[in-house]
Design a protein around this ligand. Sequence first.
Ligand SMILES: N[C@@H](CCC(=O)N[C@@H](CS)C(=O)NCC(=O)O)C(=O)O
Length: 218
Amino acid sequence: MTLELISFPLCPYVQRSVITLLHKEVLFTLTHIDLAHKPDWFLAISPLGKVPCLRVDTDTVLFESQVINEYLDETLPPSLHPEAPLERARHRAWIALGGDALGDQFQLMVAQGEERFTAAHRQLFDKLERLEAAMGQGPFFAGECFSLVDAALAPLFMRMEILHALRPLPRWESLGKLRLWTAQLMELPEVAGSVRADFADLLRNYLSEKGSLLLRSI
Ligand SMILES: N[C@@H](CCC(=O)N[C@@H](CS)C(=O)NCC(=O)O)C(=O)O
């Protein structure tokens, strides 16, 4: 099986799949595209015009990060999903919340005015507080075992720490369980190695280009 992941270096959804691929220790290639100038070949294979896409054996293309991760999980055992259907469904539900929270986080990052910033901030932290309440004793979402929830949430948490370093976010500071979980995740090689070494600078430059309020307020 050959696997090619179509990527944009800053995309957290791509990062979810990179983490899963690295965790599974499978060979894959990463093809970066510029989302501001999407190549024709990409538009031809990506039904939503979004990354990530996973090309499997040259002819089949999957899209949507969670679909990609579930495919990888089903074909590359051992599974990172719980066996019991109810628990598995619960994991999928929190992964979906994480996907929405990434959207809020993006809005927070690109907000240039107070009004949009405040709205995105409220939406993001309302979700994070629900997640904090659902979190067990750690170190990972499901206890000792790394799961697809961890792969899906790590990109969100990595960005939270970078943003918090740029401008202190007191509501993030107060989420003790999520921050402990984040610290555990950041130590994993599949998480640390899922982005470029200069990722924090890359993100900061992106925020600067966008005129982000996060940078203007410091
Ligand atoms: N629900 C999708 C979201 C993917 C997504 O929004 N990707 C962004 C980049 S982070 C994208 O490709 N946007 C297209 C664009 O910017 O035109 C997933 O989980 O894969």
